[in-house]
Design a protein around this ligand. Structure first.
Ligand SMILES: [Zn+2]
Ligand SMILES: [Zn+2]
Length: 116
């Protein structure tokens, strides 16, 4: 298998997960392309603080890996380290990441709100 085929094979069959130390994931996250993407995010009108607790010191979470490596800014959302870790820790591998992200954010916001 050529290297190129190998990369697309892995991309197709193995969704990049932070916790799996997937090398493709790691390579991209350490690349200048990802740095550029993050900078585009910081300049955008996307949330510039954890969408749950408002912490301005945040990670950028992938709502979906569908366009991994070529994300739309709407595929990304700000979460503080604590909420980001918790989201990934609680997620079961079989759960759809996009659905789980919204469920998790909704649940956490609800827990913080006096109206819920
Ligand atoms: Zn937070
Ligand atoms: Zn994440």
């Amino acid at each position: 298998m050529s290297n190129r085929n190998r990369v697309s094979y892995i991309k197709k069959h193995q969704k990049p997960e932070r916790s799996h130390r997937n090398s493709i994931y790691k390579q991209y996250i350490e690349s200048s392309r990802w740095t550029d993407k993050k900078n585009a995010y910081y300049r955008s009108d996307r949330p510039q603080a954890c969408v749950i607790c408002g912490d301005r010191n945040f990670d950028i979470h992938h709502i979906t890996y569908e366009r991994f490596g070529n994300e739309l800014l709407t595929d990304l959302v700000a979460l503080c380290r604590g909420h980001h870790d918790l989201l990934h820790k609680e997620r079961q591998p079989a759960w759809d990441l996009e659905k789980w992200t919204y469920t998790f954010i909704g649940r956490e916001i609800c827990q913080q709100s006096v109206r819920c």
